[in-house]
Design a protein around this ligand. Structure first.
Ligand code: ZN
Length: 179
C-alpha cells in the first residue's frame, strides 16, 4: 500500500464529475487500499477518489475509535471502515442540521454546513457487490461530503462562515473532522 498525494482545488480533477467504477479489478483494489492508507495517514474521516486525482466514483470513510470521546460520540459506527463505489443517495431526511466540516483538499479551513441528518445510500462494495447503508449524524455528514466530491462539489461551495482553523478548535478536535 502507498500513501497518495491529496490534491487541492488548483487541480481540475477535484472539480470534475467522476466516472462510474466499471471494473473491480486488481488495479481498483490497489486504489482502494491506497485510499484507506492515505486517509489514515492524513487523519481524515473520509476520502474520495478525486481527492487523489482519480476521477472515479468511489470513496472511503471511517469514523475514529481511538479515544473515549470518539467511541462515545460515534457509537457502533466508530472504527467501521466503509468503501462505497457508485453511490446513490436513496433517501434523504427532511430534517437538517448544521455541522463544522473541513476537507483534506482544503487544509487549514473549516466552515458550517447545513445537511440532512440522515441518508440512505445505495452503491457497491469494493468487490462490486450491491450494498445499502443507512447513516445518521456524523456518518451521514461524511457520506454526503464524499458524495459531493464525486460531483466536483467542495464544502466551501455550500458552507457559511469558512474560516481558518484556530488553535483552540484544533485542541477541541474539530480539525479531526476533515474529509
Ligand atoms: Zn473533502
Amino acid at each position: 500500500m502507498s500513501v497518495l498525494d491529496i490534491i487541492q482545488p488548483d487541480n481540475p480533477v477535484l472539480r470534475r464529475k467522476a466516472r462510474r467504477v466499471t471494473s473491480f479489478d486488481r488495479r481498483f483494489q490497489k486504489l482502494v487500499d491506497d485510499m484507506i492508507e492515505t486517509m489514515k495517514e492524513a487523519k481524515g474521516i473520509g476520502l474520495a477518489a478525486p481527492q487523489v486525482a482519480v476521477s472515479q466514483r468511489v470513496f472511503v470513510a471511517r469514523l475514529p475509535d481511538d479515544s473515549e470521546e470518539a467511541r462515545e460520540e460515534f457509537g457502533e459506527q466508530a472504527g467501521v471502515l466503509y468503501v462505497i463505489a457508485n453511490p446513490k443517495l436513496l433517501r434523504v431526511s427532511k430534517e437538517t442540521e448544521e455541522g463544522v466540516e473541513g476537507c483534506l483538499s482544503i487544509p487549514g479551513f473549516i466552515g458550517d454546513v447545513e445537511r440532512p441528518v440522515a441518508v440512505t445510500i445505495r452503491g457497491q462494495d469494493r468487490h462490486g457487490n450491491a450494498l445499502r447503508v443507512r447513516a445518521e449524524g456524523w456518518l451521514a455528514r461524511v457520506f454526503q461530503h464524499e458524495f459531493d466530491h464525486l460531483n466536483g462539489t467542495l464544502f466551501i461551495d455550500i458552507a457559511t462562515d469558512v474560516r481558518p482553523i484556530e488553535d483552540e478548535e484544533e485542541e477541541t478536535g474539530e480539525s479531526n473532522t476533515t474529509a
